[in-house]
Design a protein around this ligand. Structure first.
Ligand code: FNR
Length: 354
């Protein structure tokens, strides 16, 4: 048992092929957005309240298509079988056991039906959402949606920050482009006309999203929102939630940190739909800062990959338990008994007189 995320990260780094480590760890361009996601939390402090009688705490959180035990989701990340042979099945079991929400990636190495079944075998009420990029061929998008519905997914997450792939210099330098023999993007195999590559397109507009909205009754969330005007458009388009994210610094390197983009988006959305956040959350205190600034739940990308690579299902369980326990601890120190009691006045810039 390793007792810190840094320890699991180090174990993962030792175990992974260095090329695959770089694929998981790296970001776009000069990796400024990647580094800023973590640094921006360090520029914020929590100003706690005291004597609040908060000895009994409750972390339960309601999200579209999910009653979660904790305000935590596993962000969608590609290729879990590069990290561990059990891949997404291990991630699904550990996430279900933690009562967190799993967002399974379209670029998973296990098909969504098997991922969702693995989660439900642990907890029949486990929430699994499916993440997809709109595909140029609408028949492919529709098939992916139907597969997610058939798998029992309770929401869809449309990632909209990737009109083109980010330039990942580590991958270019390492010549990493494809999965090794024996692994596939499992969701892309059983499609009209046979297996397809995942494509990105800069041609999509809000009109394409309206078509998707008409295609399914599942709740829809948009992932990769950083501008408040887009958050407002998402509310008006009838979306059920948004995820503020710079894609873990893997797309636009000049993008702000997720936590810096959050407050104006929370004010624009004004409680109409839940606003979730990911990017750089490594500690319970990061999670509490995000919740206090108005996020309904926080996502973990790389930390889950480090747990998976370090120790499979048990490693992912350790990561989720570490963050849960720290979140509860920091919540207590801040004088709150529920995430909803965390308010923006608890967060101040470091170095200010307050
Ligand atoms: C990602 N991310 C991502 N996002 C998405 O919508 N679809 C995807 O397939 C992937 N794939 C992916 C692979 C890897 C290796 C990483 C690191 C990230 C982005 C992910 O969902 C999330 O936004 C970030 O990882 C969050 O930041 P942290 O927690 O990694 O700092």
């Amino acid at each position: 048992m390793i007792d810190s995320l840094a320890g699991l990260h180090e174990r993962a780094r030792q175990r992974l092929d260095p090329v695959h480590y770089d694929f998981f760890a790296g970001g776009a361009g000069a990796e400024v957005a990647l580094a800023e996601n973590e640094r921006a939390f360090g520029r914020l402090a929590l100003r706690p309240r005291v004597l609040r009688g908060n000895d009994i705490r409750d972390l339960r959180t309601t999200l579209p298509g999910a009653r979660a035990a904790v305000p935590i989701f596993v962000s969608p990340t590609a290729f879990h079988r590069l990290a561990h042979p059990d891949g997404e099945l291990a991630t699904a079991r550990a996430t279900a056991a933690a009562g967190a929400v799993l967002i399974s990636s379209m670029a998973a190495t296990v098909a969504i039906g098997e991922v969702a079944a693995a989660a439900r075998a642990v907890d029949p009420a486990a929430a699994v959402w499916f993440q997809l990029y709109l595909q140029r061929d609408p028949a492919v998008t529709e098939h992916l949606v139907r597969h997610a519905e058939a798998a029992g997914c309770s929401a869809l997450v449309i990632t909209v920050d990737s009109p083109v792939f980010g330039h990942r210099e580590r991958d270019q330098h390492n010549g990493f482009h494809d999965l090794p023999a024996g692994l596939t993007t499992a969701n892309m195999q059983d499609l009209p006309g046979g297996p397809r590559e995942i494509d990105m397109s800069a041609a999509f507009t809000w009109a394409h999203l309206a078509r998707l909205r008409a295609l399914t009754r599942l709740p829809l969330l948009l992932k990769g929102i950083l501008h408040p005007a887009d958050a407002r458009l998402a509310v008006e388009a009838g979306l059920d939630g948004i995820i503020v994210s710079n894609h873990g610094g893997r797309q636009l390197d000049a993008a702000p940190a997720g936590i810096e983009a959050l407050p104006p988006i929370v004010s624009t959305v004004d409680g109409e739909i839940p606003v979730l956040l990911d990017g750089g959350v490594r500690r319970g205190s990061d999670a509490v800062i995000a919740l206090a600034l108005g996020a309904t739940a926080i996502g973990l990308g790389r930390p889950v990959l480090w747990g998976l690579a370090a120790a499979g299902e048990s490693g992912v369980r350790q990561v989720l338990e570490l963050i849960r326990a720290e979140l509860d601890h920091v919540l207590t120190l801040c004088g709150a008994s529920r995430p909803a009691e965390l308010t923006p006045d608890l967060v101040v810039p470091r170095g200010c007189r307050c």
